[in-house]
Design a protein around this ligand. Structure first.
Ligand SMILES: [Fe+2]
Length: 217
């Protein structure tokens, strides 16, 4: 396993929420293949176009689920009765993601994390934009999700990434947590140091719900 080099820095680009033209909620219609009826605006999105290996990593900073979406997902996975019973018994719960490369180290579109420790009042409702989905084909694979949660820009974020993560290494993080302090916004980003001949990113992710026993009631 490679040693962590904390002195390595880079520059790059990632999509961040920048509102809609009319100031209302963003909507993505997957059937139409584009944003409709309102066009969403992500900072850096224009620069990212043409570089993304679609379908592939999402170059937009996000959390996988906020509380409403996490509850729907849990109910889809376990059935409503079991999910509601777990939620009644546990105050603290989370979705944990384990992410790792497949076959070769990730050079293109590495995963980056937006650390919000310097934003004391960070919360889903105040720092994430809800972008609603219509005709989303991914629901069949990952369960119901009424909206995506896209990060609103804030200069206080500190961005961290691990370069050249190898297939025998993994990144583990909270992609949802009942305590907003614990969740880690993330996304693929364009690393300006990416070599021209870098192969497409190949990676996989496993997601699971966890419930903490210390608050069992
Ligand atoms: Fe994600």
């Amino acid at each position: 396993m490679a040693a962590i080099d904390v002195e390595t820095f880079t520059t790059g680009q990632i999509g961040l929420w920048n509102g809609t033209q009319d100031g209302k909620d963003g909507i993505v219609d997957y059937k139409k293949g584009k944003q409709a009826p309102r066009r969403i605006s992500c900072q850096g999105a224009g620069l990212l176009e043409g570089r993304s290996d679609q379908p592939g990593p999402r170059p937009v900073a996000h959390v996988d689920r906020d509380l409403p979406n996490a509850i729907v997902s849990l109910q889809c996975a376990l059935g409503k009765d079991k999910a509601d019973n777990l939620l009644k018994r546990h105050k603290r719960w989370a979705q944990v993601n384990l992410w790792r490369p497949i076959g070769r180290p990730v050079v293109k579109w590495p995963l980056v994390f937006a650390n919000h420790d310097a934003i004391p009042d960070w919360d889903y409702d105040t720092h994430m934009a809800r972008v609603y989905s219509v005709n989303d084909p991914r629901i069949a694979d990952r369960g119901g999700k009424s909206h995506n949660c896209i990060l609103i820009d804030d200069e206080r974020y500190a961005y961290h990434y691990a370069s050249n993560v190898a297939p025998d290494e993994a990144l583990v993080f909270f992609s949802f947590h009942s305590d907003p302090k614990m969740v880690l916004p993330h996304g693929a980003f364009w690393d300006n140091k990416t070599p021209d001949d870098a192969p497409p990113r190949r990676s996989l992710e496993v997601r699971c719900f966890v419930f903490f026993d210390d608050d069992v009631v």
